[in-house]
Design a protein around this ligand. Structure first.
Ligand SMILES: [Zn+2]
Length: 487
């Protein structure tokens, strides 16, 4: 066997539905799950003689997302028609952007499993309109639903910088988190708000010679799982083809493949597809868009701290685990709630534990975010401070947080009402410790001997005191008293 190594190269095209109220070039409402063809008008049906008008909100959303992707924003951008002969777009073209897209040359940082990040280049991000949907559910004919036709889409094209299926998935998930943070898309996979088209090929080194396999573009993937699985499959398929028949990249042997979810395999759709097949030409009915310095400044002011930056900050500054930081930054509202509680004086790790152990569970049960549970960040901060000062135990704090959500009182009131204030009065605790020591001579001897069993015996004595005080003694204070008495 000769030595064979290979490197995976994947670039992605991603379509993201922007969550505007109306469509890209007409006033039809964007709403999911309505009766077929009930959200259409002459413009999005492509009737002759109508004039499209650009949705300003969609343009601003697209610029905001492009800024978050670190792209250069064009001050002058125009629209083009892309020839498109399918029944789901009756005017036979899609309005898109060709040579003057609204942004280019950016990058996105994705988290790697090692805890580090990787920078993936963004070639361009531009606006276009979505097509309708073919329905094949009924009998021997197809139907077309054009409710989706004209939905504003942000198309993002990356460099082939991803080297594994896991990296591609990380990018897809990071992008979802990002557009949700920015509020430009709900990015709901089930509703088709995000669709992925990876371009996959391999660079194989065999007998110190390099070979490239033909690029396969996998069309229309709408789940993270399909995205990851299809790339894994494609890597195996291309390797096999190279080993079996020596297939390598030549002019024009790029192919388009689909993903069969049942067989878990990619299937050939078309060989060879180049941009000029689409026959682009400038859209005569829409004026070019010029973006002023003030408009750009205004859109820039709407940027927020991006999720991956927030996550890294929690790990570096607050020493939270990568997992906890990921949980807290999954949604913007949760991260901001956490930030405010910390600003109000809560120790980060304590606040994090309260949120992840109780807050998120309750929010999940109620189907809302932590921010919508009815507790205030400073209430949570106070609760964390009470644990920190030893006033209540961590377990008691979890109980109190549950009650804060239920009846909305302050943590102090609830701690008193539920009798959860820890006893820290040294004089009172000393008496109880003395009693416990008198009743447990063996454990006392074990501790004093300082041998193997000493630690365990100390724990036992502490447990006895906790039991006598029904869990209300401050364990830290009790431990100190026990040590002092037995040293
Ligand atoms: Zn319309």
């Amino acid at each position: 066997m000769s030595e064979l190594q290979y490197k995976v190269l994947v670039g992605l095209e991603i379509h993201v539905h922007l969550s505007t109220k109306t469509k890209m070039f007409c006033g039809c409402a964007l709403s999911f799950g309505e009766e077929a063809n009930s959200r259409v008008c002459p413009v999005c049906l492509g009737m002759p003689g109508v004039l499209p008008v650009m949705n300003k909100q969609a343009f601003e959303y697209a610029v905001l997302a492009a800024l978050a992707l670190n792209c250069e924003i064009a001050k002058f951008t125009k629209w083009d028609r892309k020839g498109y002969y399918y029944p789901d777009l009756p005017k036979n073209y899609q309005i898109s952007q060709y040579d003057l897209p609204l942004s280019r040359n950016g990058f996105i940082e994705i988290p790697l499993e090692s805890g580090k990040t990787k920078r993936i280049g963004i070639i361009r991000a531009h606006l276009e309109e979505d097509a309708g949907k073919n329905l094949h559910a009924t009998g021997n004919f197809s139907q077309v639903d054009l409710n989706r036709a004209g939905t504003p889409l942000l198309e993002i094209v990356t460099e082939p910088d991803m080297n594994s299926a896991a990296e591609v998935r990380a990018l897809a998930e990071e992008l979802q988190r990002m557009v949700r943070y920015l509020g430009v898309s709900e990015a709901d996979m089930q509703k088709g708000h995000m669709r992925f088209e990876p371009n996959v090929n391999l660079v194989i080194t065999k007998d110190s010679k390099e070979y490239k396999t033909p690029i396969a573009e996998i069309k229309n993937l709408n789940s993270f799982r399909a995205l990851e699985k299809s790339i894994e499959y494609e890597i195996g398929r291309q390797l096999d083809r190279f080993l079996e028949i020596g297939e390598v990249m030549e002019m024009g042997n790029k192919s388009t493949r689909g993903w069969d979810d049942v067989k878990e395999a990619t299937v050939l759709q078309r060989e060879k597809e180049e941009a000029h097949d689409y026959r682009y030409f400038p859209e005569p009915d829409l004026v070019p868009v010029e973006l002023t310095e003030e408009q750009l400044k205004d859109i820039k002011s709407r940027l927020c701290e991006l999720p991956i930056k927030k996550q890294m900050r929690y790990v570096n500054e607050y020493k939270l685990s990568d997992y906890d930081a990921g949980v807290l930054t999954a949604e913007r509202a949760t991260g901001e709630f956490f930030d405010e509680a910390v600003k109000a004086g809560g120790e980060p790790k304590r606040v994090c534990n309260l949120l992840t152990q109780v807050g998120l569970k309750l929010a999940n049960e109620k189907g809302c975010s932590v921010a919508e549970l009815g507790i205030k960040p400073d209430g949570l901060a106070k609760l964390a401070m009470m644990v920190e000062s030893g006033e209540i135990s961590a377990t008691a704090a979890n109980t109190i947080l549950g009650e804060m959500v239920k009846i909305g009182k302050s943590p102090q009131e609830l701690a008193e009402q539920l009798n959860l204030i820890q006893k820290s009065d040294a004089g009172e605790l000393e008496k109880i410790v003395e009693q416990v020591l008198a009743e447990n001579h063996r454990a006392v001897d074990d501790v004093k001997s300082g041998g193997k069993r000493s630690k365990k015996a100390e724990g036992f004595l502490l447990g006895q005191v906790m039991q006598k005080t029904r869990g209300q003694a401050n364990p830290k204070v009790v431990s100190e008293i026990i040590s002092k008495k037995l040293s």
